[in-house]
Design a protein around this ligand. Sequence first.
Ligand code: ATP
Length: 477
Amino acid sequence: MKHFFDFLISHAKIYGFIFPSSEIYGGLSAIYDYGPYGVELKNNIKEFWWKSMTQLHENIVGIDSSILMHSDVWKASGHVDKFNELLIDNKDSKKRYRPEILIQEYIEKKFLNDPEKKKEILSRLYKSLKKKDLADIKVLIDELNICDPVYKTKNWTKIRCFNMMFKMKNEKDLYLRPETAQGIFSNFQNIIKSNRMKIPFGIAQIGKSFRNEIFARKFIFRMREFEQMEMQFFILPEEEIKWYEYWKKIRLKWHLELNLGDEKYYKLCDHNHLAHYASAGSDIEFYFPFGFQEIEGIHSRRDFDLKNHEFLSKKKLRIFESERNYFPYVIETSLGLDRIFLAIFSSSLKKEKLKNGKTRTVLKLPYYLSPIKAAIFPLVKKDGLPEIAKKIFNDIKIHHRLVYDQKESIGKLYRRQDAIGTPFCFTVDYDTIKTDTVTMRNRDSMKQKRIHIKEISKIIEQETGLKKVLKNLSHFI
Ligand code: ATP
């Protein structure tokens, strides 16, 4: 698996999906840049999520709030006091770890065939985490004889608490937001008034978040700057269970619609250790190249945020409705854009053996997410074929994201499009001059057939548009 993950990281770089940030200066840990195809894929994922939320649900609207917010926001939200992680240092290796992850990863391997023992240790760990009994967690590490995973030494420091927000250096108490949700809560009344929203309704947002992760690794899985796609759904308090269950179902359906393989999803594991704002929470876990890990969280935040913001801001954030005055409860769905990118990318990347004994690398993305929907090539760079191919490209480029390419031989052009996940290639050859037809090659089957030039745009639209998948989803809403 390590081999596959290294291959994936290198493929992402070579083909312009993801680059290490500031690479010319030696890089910056846990920060990455998205390249030309990466940004297209990311935008397509965002569009799918955004439309699934705001277009399919008549009672969900979107916003784009600022990254920097008044520092009281983070006091009210509990992030100043409670958004902490535990850390432990190894004095020999000078490496820093999250103790609970150290324990979890250790017992995962050590007690692979002893689920009872695993359960017993985890239950003790969760109890200590809940009680903030850091001393007992350290005792657990000592009792289990856990070594530094790389340097194999047991010379540990005490366990300490560490706030994960990035504080700006020159601006006292200004933080980079660690979640997008607070921009939604602080605009709650603005949105109700400007858009005449009535409970139940939701507010969706896509944007950057920042966390000073101690143990950032695994490529784009855990970064210090990342993007979230969050939706807060405001409801009557007595309908908490109904909507919690509803959103668990809808979000899982969204994931399964991606067709990455149902077996890759660990469906909705209830949380043992809840975030400070949540009263109930489930994770959707996904089988990444390094095992099952959280990809999306669905939480009931109850009235935690609105109540605290009303208290600190002294502005009314409750609902006044038919003689009733209440704080709505909130069900949150929170998906990491970079994590879903990694899930899609890792499930789609394949090395295939061909009939002629050669291999090809192909990125079998869902068509509607592919960075480039179709490529147009001339078979050779002469006899007027490039001109015809260029004209086809220019005639339909306003409708689709296409590429025109004539830089290499046709075989190499096909391989390149396979590697970036382009569903269709259309090639202009000598028959095109006589019959106005081109060959259409499908990425997955590699089969070719002739079609009329006039059909190209319609085929791309039908096969690669979002409509089909949105329609499937809309049946569940
Ligand atoms: P984890 O337990 O993996 O640290 P979390 O429970 O802290 O995640 P939430 O606060 O619930 O995560 O955030 C919602 C989603 O945001 C997560 O499900 C994940 O997809 C994404 N996310 C959180 N932290 C990061 C990060 N450092 N890098 C990339 N994505 C992240």
